[in-house]
Design a protein around this ligand. Structure first.
Ligand SMILES: Cc1ncc(COP(=O)(O)O)c(C=O)c1O
Length: 391
């Protein structure tokens, strides 16, 4: 049996008629840059997420970059984030010549750990007596913002992050690229910080047919600034108040995403059901001393953008190879933590600086969890894993 990591063709069959109709309407209008379809999508998304404003942009990476630009992050500033995330999170900081500062993750959620942030602060920073902002003892640079990443579909401990942000006057940019419709204490991911950044990369729980992204905010001025920055900082045609970039949400993608949004809640439920079923099957198969399953902390849900397990005792790569031989798709998100990436060598991090992230990079593997996954396919995945561990 073949079990791919993700099967977008199965989803396409379900939505084909609706999407084609919506695309036909857009094609008839020939209005491809911003316009009513993008505006409508932004309204629907703001409502769905529960934010006052939603601004469509070209990608999740640009959502992060534009948020940092709008907050005035610049050369010499420091921005805290997780080392265990997709590269774009830290890349956006570096692109503005600011410095990413990595605090380690919590082993059970893989999200940035408030305790690790406090430890880092106590060791390397001192509060400025006048402003209360944190100054790096070595470089004298100031932490201006934090980007918590809601990894795999589960929210970060946002109460703790917001309390630290308040104390030290950080802006908070939520990287909610993997967390559409994830909830933390009755609030949606992307509505708690200053901005929320979403990705509609095709494999995301709400995926476009190309690159697309969105920024949410409850701050009207921020929304206006972001709308200007995505069109080269223009305020009226050919008049530029700021230097921005070209980062608009493509109208074709907005048309597709508007249709797909109607299916999203059902797809999320199916992902959650599949996760529950895996947990039952792994328990029945007596595998819980060989792997650890995703854990959802209190006061939040998990929307399973990824169903990521830990494989204990150095067996992760062999298991992934065995599953591949047996036509089960897996992926490793992420095999090398960001503080150890070649491009960040100049930041001077050594192996061992963020031990939980480094361990997760060695032990994690993600299994198929998409909504169309059948019970038979799940049985097959678990049977094959049982076979691997009984060898
Ligand atoms: C956590 C995280 N941040 C940012 C991004 C960047 O999004 P995009 O690929 O749409 O640029 C992604 C996408 O993979 C992501 O997973």
């Amino acid at each position: 049996m073949k079990v791919p990591l993700l099967d977008l063709k199965a989803q396409y069959k379900q939505i084909k008629k609706d999407v084609h109709q919506s695309l036909d309407e857009l094609l008839a209008s020939q209005h491809f840059i911003l316009g009513p379809v993008v505006t409508k999508f932004e309204q629907v998304m703001a409502e769905y997420i529960g934010a006052k404003y939603a601004i469509g942009v070209a990608s999740g990476s640009d959502a992060l970059l534009l948020s940092l630009m709008a907050l005035g992050i610049k050369t010499g500033d420091e921005v805290l984030t997780s080392p265990f995330t997709f590269f774009a999170t830290a890349g956006a900081i570096s692109r503005l010549n600011a410095t990413p500062v990595f605090a380690d993750i919590e082993p059970i959620t893989y999200n940035i750990s408030p305790a690790a942030i406090e430890k880092l602060i106590s060791q390397q920073y001192m509060p400025d007596p006048e402003s209360g902002k944190l100054i790096n003892k070595k470089t004298r640079r100031v932490i201006k913002a934090i980007i918590p990443v809601h990894l795999y579909g589960q929210c970060v401990d946002m109460d703790e992050i917001m309390a630290l942000a308040k104390q030290y006057k950080w802006a908070v940019i939520e990287d909610a690229a993997q967390a559409i419709s994830s909830i933390y204490k009755n609030k949606s991911a992307g509505t708690i910080g200053t901005t929320g950044c979403f990705s509609f990369f095709p494999s995301k729980n709400l995926g476009a047919w190309g690159d697309a992204g969105l920024i949410t905010t409850n701050d009207q001025k921020m929304a206006e600034l972001l709308k200007s920055l995505r069109i080269h900082g223009g305020t009226k045609k050919y008049h530029h108040k700021y230097v921005g970039c070209n980062s608009r949400l493509d109208a074709l993608q907005a048309a597709i995403l508007t249709v797909k949004l109607k299916y999203l809640d059902d797809w999320q439920k199916a992902r959650m059901k599949n996760a529950e079923r895996y947990a039952e099957l792994f328990q029945k198969a007596n595998l819980l001393d060989k792997i650890s399953l995703p854990t959802t902390k209190e006061n939040r849900n998990h929307t399973y953008h990824q169903y990521t397990i830990r494989v204990l005792k150095n067996k992760r790569n062999d298991l992934a190879a065995f599953l591949k031989q047996n036509e089960v798709g897996t992926a490793i998100y992420y095999p090398l933590a960001l503080h150890l990436q070649e491009c960040f060598k100049n930041l001077g991090y050594q192996p061992g600086t963020c031990p939980e992230s480094e361990k997760a990079a060695e032990e994690c593997v993600s299994l198929p969890i998409y909504p169309e996954l059948t019970s038979e396919m799940q049985n097959y995945v678990v049977d094959k894993m049982k076979e691997f561990f009984s060898k």
